[in-house]
Design a protein around this ligand. Structure first.
Ligand SMILES: *Cc1c(COP(=O)(O)O)cnc(C)c1O
Length: 387
């Protein structure tokens, strides 16, 4: 059987929490969603949390709430899942990418500063920048915030990999350095609701807009209506929203998973530390850890030292898959996707992203990974890199 690169960790308590909702009055729009929102906001130290049906939806309504439209630019990292860029396209905005840092693999603050200075000259500064905490490793948020203040852009943290992590000793998601932070609860992420996501903010207006946008643009709050309600049945649709709601049984699962979040991440750190040791004498570069931060270790990405290695990146990857190790590659640079090719990106503008793509492999990393399985992964890699 294949060892996957990631998988969910479901306890009996999680199952019971979902069953309890299935036996209750509400499957959706009941008490579990607000309870989950409150718990996540409390855990992260953010004022408001808006639960939705995916991180993709959270990114979309965050962009809309920040006023992203067809005349705007949104910048993100090229080494991310396509959703980090697609959210801007949903709003009709143009997307551009900032090359990555060769050490952290996150968007490079130096490249961002350079690109902003150029964009200021040509009058096309971004409205929003979306840093992605790749693998759970936080971006340099204080520096990005300082640039945001100088150049007037808003910030959405794509923290899909990073719930439970810390930046400068504080929880990711407190949105101290951003306008909105987004989490994903897809099963391969740190905690899951099946499908699901959350948008956190400290701005009450943004929170209100996102709450409306996730449910058709409708309000039932008389204070927000354009005139007094016609009667007790009344609601008003104030703008064009969506059905991006999370169900109550999903929220119950998330709430139950949240109780184990710190423990799940501690286990990931033990596994990462063990990989670091076991891989010491292999021709690979192991992940770098910022001294000021605590990664959620969503992914464990190694880079092959191809100089002096017989096999190619692809051959090592295929060899691992053949050996039953479900390695993966996070990610194909987004500008390389056929959909994005139409915008005329040049690979040569992103040398670090290109180098990364030529060398990176995600090894299996999830809380249920056993030491024996880890040993199998390392043995397979030893063979694959020797071949
Ligand atoms: C998983 C992921 C998303 C999308 O999450 P969904 O909940 O599946 O919509 C967005 N950005 C990044 C970086 C991700 O890894």
């Amino acid at each position: 059987m294949t060892i996957p690169y990631g998988r969910q960790d479901i306890s009996e308590a999680d199952i019971q929490a979902v069953v309890d909702v299935l036996r209750s009055e509400f499957l959706t729009q009941g008490p579990a969603v607000p309870a989950f929102e409150k718990a996540i906001a409390g855990y992260c130290g953010a004022q408001y949390a808006v639960a939705v049906n995916s991180a993709t939806s959270a990114l979309h309504i965050a962009c809309l709430a920040l006023g992203v439209g067809a005349s705007d630019w949104v910048w993100t990292s090229p080494i991310t899942f396509v959703a980090s860029a697609n959210c801007a396209r949903y709003c009709g905005a143009r997307v551009d990418f900032v090359d990555i840092d060769p050490l952290t693999y996150d968007l490079s603050v130096e490249r961002l500063a350079e690109k902003l200075a150029q964009a200021e000259q040509s009058g096309c500064l971004p409205k929003v920048v979306i840093p992605v905490h790749l693998c759970g490793q936080p971006c340099d948020m204080a520096d990005i915030r300082a640039l945001g203040q100088r150049y007037g852009f808003k910030i959405i943290e794509d923290a899909s990999h990073a719930i439970g992590g810390k930046y400068r000793g504080e929880p990711i998601g407190n949105s101290r350095y951003s306008d909105v932070t987004v989490f994903s609860f897809h099963p391969v992420k740190i905690i899951t609701t099946g499908e699901g996501g959350m948008a956190l903010t400290n701005d009450s207006e943004l929170a209100k807009r996102m709450v409306k946008l996730r449910s058709h643009g409708i309000t039932r709050d008389a204070a927000e209506m354009l005139h007094a309600p016609d009667g007790p049945w009344y609601y008003q649709q104030l703008e064009l929203g969506f059905n991006y709601r999370m169900t109550d049984f999903q929220a119950a699962l998330g709430l139950s998973q949240l109780q184990r979040l710190d423990q799940l991440i501690a286990t990931r750190h033990v596994l990462a530390g063990r990989y670091d040791k076991l891989l010491k004498d292999l021709p690979v570069t192991t992940p770098w850890q910022h001294a000021d931060s605590y990664s959620a270790v969503h992914l464990y990405v190694i880079r092959l030292q191809l100089d002096g290695m017989k096999g190619s990146h692809r051959e090592v990857f295929e060899c691992m898959r053949t050996a039953g190790i479900g390695v993966n590659l996070h990610y194909i640079p987004v500008y390389r996707q056929p959909y994005y090719a139409r915008f005329g990106f040049k690979s040569s503008d992103y040398p670090q992203a290109e180098n990364y793509y030529a060398e990176a492999i995600s090894l299996p990393m999830y809380s249920g990974l056993t030491e024996a399985q880890q040993d199998l992964v390392v043995a397979a890699l030893r063979l694959a890199t020797r071949a």
